[in-house]
Each structure stands twice: as C-alpha cells, then as structure tokens.
Write a protein that binds this ligand. Structure first.
Ligand code: SF4
Length: 518
C-alpha cells in the first residue's frame, strides 16, 4: 500500500482510488493475491485489524478444544461464526448484496493489515499462517460445490469434477481406494481429477485412487490440496511483506499500531524489559519448581540439579524462563555456576557457558533482550534428542514415564487418565491446562495455558492471591485490546529483533523464498 504522509490521525490514508465491485469481490473466499487500493481512515484500519484478530483468536481457541479439520471443529466454528457480523457469508445464486460486498472488502483489507503486523518473525508468521489456513478451510468447506469450482477456476487451479460417465466407470476403484466410501455414498460426492504430484499427502496416506498420473480426489479432500497452494502463496507473500515493512518505519502512526497488534496473540509479553527482575531469588527455585513450574520447567530444573549440566537448548529454554520470572543476571550466573562447577572447573564454566547466559540477558553479541519461549515454540521446534531435557513433556516424553512422573508428584490416577486423554489426542496445551487445574484444585476448563511463564504467573496468583506485577494474563476471548492504547501503555521492544537470531528466518532464507523456493 502506498501510504501517503499525514500527520493527523483523523485524516485519510491516501492511496489510489478504488471502488469495491462485484467483480473484484466475486467470491466469499479469497487467496488475497492483490493488495487493497482503497482509501481508509486510520480508525477503520484499527477496527478492521482488531475484528480479524478476534476471528483468528476464535479459531485458535477452538483448536484447543476440537481436532482441527474434524467435523466437530467445523461445526464449532459454524456455531461461533453464525453470530459473527464480520465474515462474509456464502451467498445464494441470486446475486450479491452491497452489504455483502462491503464485508468482502473488509475481509480483504483486514487480511493485509495483519500480514503487515505478523510478518516480522518466524513465530508470528507461523501463528498467522496456521490460523489463516484454518479460517480458509472452514470457509471453503462452507461454500456450495458450484462456488468452490468457480473459485478454483478463477484462481488458476483447474480441478474439474469428473463427469457422471467416468465416475460410473471408476465406481469400484473409487470405493476400493477409500476406507469410508460405499457405492451408495459416492453418488452424492464430486470427484476431482488432479495431477498426482499435487496430491502427494493424499497419495502417501493411500486415501485416493490414482490412475495414469491423476489422483481422483473426493470433494471433501480437495480442500487439503487447495490449502497447500494457499500455504505456499501466503508464506511467500509474508516473506515479501517482511522485506517491505522497514519502509513503513518512517510512518510513526502505523508502526506502533502494527507492533502492538502482533503482540496481542499471546496476551502477555514476557520478554523485553525485565519488569519482574529481582522478584524471585535463586534460593526459592527448588520450592517454586515443585509448586508453580509447568512440567517442562520442573523437568529441566530436576535434570540440572541431578546432572549439574544442561545441553544448549535446555539452557536456553530454562534460562529464559528464569529470566522472565525475575532471576537477575547476577543471580543467574551464580545459579548456573554453582551447578556446573560441581562437575567442571569454574574457569571452564566462565569461559564456555557464562557468555551464553549474559547473551540471553542482552549483554553480549547483538545485545538483544531475548524473550522466553512460548509453548508453541517449545512444542514445534528443536525436538529433544538423546541426553536432552528440553521440550514439552506432553509432546516429547514417553507416556509411561510421564504417567509415573505425575503419579510421583501426587496426581491421582483418574486425573492422570484425563490428562493423558488430551495428550494422546495431540492436545499438549490442553493436557498442560488440565494438569494445572488438577494440581491447583480448580474445576476442569478453568485455565488455558499458552506460555510457561503464563503458567507460573497463574500459579502464583492462585497460590498466593497476589496479582503478578507485570500484568495478569488475559483469557483469549478478552485479550484483544485497542492496539493504539496499548502502544501508549507499553514499552516497545526492539523492532525486528527476531531477524537473524536463532528463532528467526535469515535474510538468506527470505532471498530463497523470494526466488520462489518456498
Ligand atoms: Fe511447558 Fe507449555 Fe508444554 Fe505446559 S504445554 S509443559 S507450559 S511447553
């Protein structure tokens, strides 16, 4: 967007004139290929961003309750979005009303605003892509078949349903290649003929019939192919947006707004300024690890005490967590040195490990004040290998060992069973939330854990009744606030700090993505 300079908030952002038309917004769903060119006020810019963020938050919280892509997930979103006034709805063949066109325009613009806000780090991009893909899946499946077909054609995805004659001729093969179709049930299902190289996931899972280089994909599975195309497009587009964002830095109206929008997905920023510094001393860590640490951090603490050593990712995960709960740099150096020096010379520790600790506190190297890892990062990156203790127990531990561990911590068998049900279903954070509720004597469903430091703060709140000093975590439904107000209230942390650090994507990667390698 060519944002022309304006100094007053009330003034319009001048872009080239554009008139939303039926042609431009021919479909309820979009691949968002063309950026918007309308005139919008800053107020509308903010409103649209917040509304889309609310939609994405609904998707995220629903994915903690239901399996993504399942019928239950689709149904739950349908119920949620039925009341929603923001998302465009599938229209009848009789034409599209002006109000509906306006919704499609808002959908279009809001997507691009959040692209600007969520392009700056790998973690933000991952979060945004995950929620946008689920939103797209929901809306695509909600469309009528004829609209879906037209949408695919309009987006150069030339997948056409096979005709009745071909379907009849292949009936037996289509039924035999699927575990849940019968000759009766395929009558009402459209099959699309797709080059098999574009349906590798489905081919790999042996879910479809393949013949002469074509895969015959039932309409409900077609979405996974369309989503792959959308994912590739969105990843590439976000990489390009990340490159363009520095040009916005001279615009002091938009940048604070965008920065604060991107921070709202976690509810609480645990990095940047150490507002808790000194609130916890190293002498309290043994007791706190038993009462208020999530299992991932309790495990790292025990491993450190037992082995007097942690490998790199363990030191990063635990060290940054400790920093955010309030351990100062001086205390951290004493703590790690006292453990490591039980098995090595103090000199060796000072030479090989102290730098790493000072680095985490922003006192060495690029002097970036690193943020502690969120659950999402711990769960999805750097899976632990032999001798490692980092990671999320609900994702990376052996189920039998984890059950024994929880039992030794005094968790009842019934509670362990309910925690394991979530874990076995792949819902690590729900398992952790259930563990929290059980160990803090709270009714099931009270807590929704998204960050180890959130776990710690909630635990201190429950056990001591004291509200954390740097602000309580807000539940997902209430965590969208006015980003402009937030920008005035909070200290911004270094913009773009995530680039080129160990959590970010390098500029080389961006070059490759731009060259079409994604
Ligand atoms: Fe730690 Fe998060 Fe896993 Fe809980 S869900 S154990 S807080 S990584």
């Amino acid at each position: 967007m060519n944002f022309a300079k304006r100094t007053k908030r009330q003034k319009k952002i001048k872009v080239e004139d554009g008139d939303p038309s039926e042609k431009k917004y021919a479909h309820t769903i979009q691949f968002y290929k063309e950026p918007p060119t309308d005139n919008i006020s800053l107020q509308e810019f903010e409103d649209l961003a917040i509304q889309r963020l609310k939609v994405l938050k609904v998707i995220e919280s629903m994915s903690f309750k239901e399996k993504k892509g399942s019928k239950q997930f689709q149904k739950a979103l349908e119920t949620e979005f039925n009341k929603d006034k923001f998302l465009p709805k599938s229209e009848s063949m009789g034409g599209v009303a002006t109000a509906e066109i306006q919704k499609r325009r808002s959908d279009h613009i809001s997507h691009f605003i959040l692209r600007l806000a969520y392009c700056k780090s790998e973690e933000l991009r991952r979060w945004f892509i995950t929620q946008e893909l689920e939103l797209f899946r929901f809306r695509f499946l909600d469309e009528r078949t004829s609209f879906r077909t037209q949408f695919l054609i309009d987006n150069d995805l030339h997948y056409e349903p096979i005709d009745v004659k071909e379907k009849e001729a292949l009936k037996k093969q289509l039924v035999d290649s699927s575990y849940n179709l019968t000759e009766m049930s395929i009558e009402g299902i459209e099959f699309y003929k797709v080059p098999f190289t574009e349906a590798l996931d489905l081919v790999r899972s042996r879910k479809i019939y393949v013949h002469k280089g074509y895969a015959y994909v039932p309409s409900n599975d077609l979405v996974s192919i369309v989503i792959s195309a959308y994912r590739a497009h969105l990843s590439h587009a976000l990489a390009l947006t990340a490159r363009a964002v520095p040009q916005l830095e001279e615009d002091n109206r938009l940048l604070p707004l965008l920065n604060n929008l991107s921070k709202q997905y976690l509810g609480q920023d645990y990095g940047g300024k150490q507002t808790n510094a000194g609130k916890v001393s190293i002498g309290e860590l043994d007791g706190l690890s038993r009462k208020s640490f999530p299992l991932c951090m309790r495990h790292l603490h025990s491993a450190l005490k037992h082995d007097h050593h942690l490998k790199y990712w363990g030191r990063m995960q635990y060290g940054l967590f400790l920093k955010a709960i309030g351990i100062t740099l001086e205390q951290a150096l004493i703590f790690w040195r006292s453990e490591f020096s039980k098995t090595m010379d103090v000199d060796k520790f000072d030479k090989q490990y102290a730098y790493n600790i000072r680095h985490n506190y922003g006192k060495e190297g690029k002097r970036v004040d690193y943020t502690p890892y969120s659950c999402m990062k711990i769960i999805t990156s750097n899976a632990p290998g032999a001798g490692d203790h980092h990671g999320c127990p609900f994702r990376h531990s052996d189920a039998t060992i984890l059950k024994q561990q929880m039992s030794s911590y005094g968790v009842s068998q019934t509670s362990i069973d309910s925690i394991m049900t979530y874990m076995n279903g792949g819902h690590c954070q729900l398992a952790c939330s259930r563990y929290f509720d059980v160990t803090h004597q709270l009714p099931e469903g009270t807590t929704s854990i998204q960050h180890p430091n959130h776990y710690f703060e909630e635990s201190r709140k429950v056990l001591t009744g004291v509200k954390p000093t740097n602000g309580a975590y807000r539940s997902p439904s209430s965590q969208i606030s006015n980003p402009v107000q937030a920008s005035k209230d909070s200290q911004p942390i270094g913009d773009g700090d995530d680039f080129n650090d160990e959590t970010g994507i390098s500029m080389d990667d961006l070059d490759k993505m731009e060259a079409g390698a994604v």
